[in-house]
Design a protein around this ligand. Sequence first.
Ligand code: ZN
Length: 245
Amino acid sequence: MTARISWQRQRSGSAIKMFHLNPRSTPPGQGRSPWSDINQRKLMAKLYFYYSAMNAGKSTNLLQAAYNYKERGLKPLLLTPQLDTRSGVGKIGSRIGLAADAIAFSQTESLYEICRKEHAGNEVSCVFVDEAQFLTRQQVYELGDVADRLGIPVLTYGLRTDFQGNLFEGSLHLLAWADVLTEIKTICHCGRKASMVLRIDSLGRPIRSGEQIKVGGNESYVSVCRLHFKSGLSEKDQPELPFAD
Ligand SMILES: [Zn+2]
C-alpha cells in the first residue's frame, strides 16, 4: 500500500482531507521522517463522548461510523459492557436493525489491555464503546490512555443521565475528561429537545426511585424534555412546539 491522502468533495464543493494511510511509507522527497507522522498521529488521537437521552440513535451512529472504517479496509474495535444484554452478550444492536459483534467487557476488566492486545495483533484504527455510561472511572481513564499512549481515537456513546436525573459514573468522567463532547439529539413528545430519561412501569407511570442500573423487568424508558421530566408527564400530549430545539 502506498501512502496517500484521500480527498473527498463535499456537497458544498469544498474539499476535505479524509485520512492519511500508512505513515511508514511516506513518499520520498517530502523530508518527513516516518516517526514524525506516527507521533503526529498519536498527538491527534482524541477521546470522544457522544451523549444523549434514550432512543436518539447512539448505536446506529456507532455502527455506521464503524462500518465506514471497515469499508476503507481499516480495523475498528467494538466494545460493549456485559451489563447490556439487550442484543445478546457481545453484540451491539440498533433499533433500526443494524447489528455487529463486539467484545463484551466487565466493569473490572482493563480496557487499555484489551485495546493494546488487539492493536498488537492487527493495528486498530478506531475504538468504539457502546453504552459508555456503564464504564467505571478507571475505564474512562484507560480510554484516555488508549488515545494518548496508543494513538488510537476512541469514540464512546452513552446516556448522560439516569432516570432520576443523575449522571452515570461513566458519563460523569467522560464529560470531565473527553476531548470532544457531542450531543445526539432526540425529541420529547411535546416537540422540545429531550435531554432527560424517565423510567416508566408497564402502565406508563413514571418510576421515581430504585436502582440506577436495572437489567430486565417490565420497566421501559422514555426520553423527555426537562419540563416533562420534572412533571413526570410521560404520556403523549398535544405538542406545544413541534420539533422545536
Ligand atoms: Zn416535553
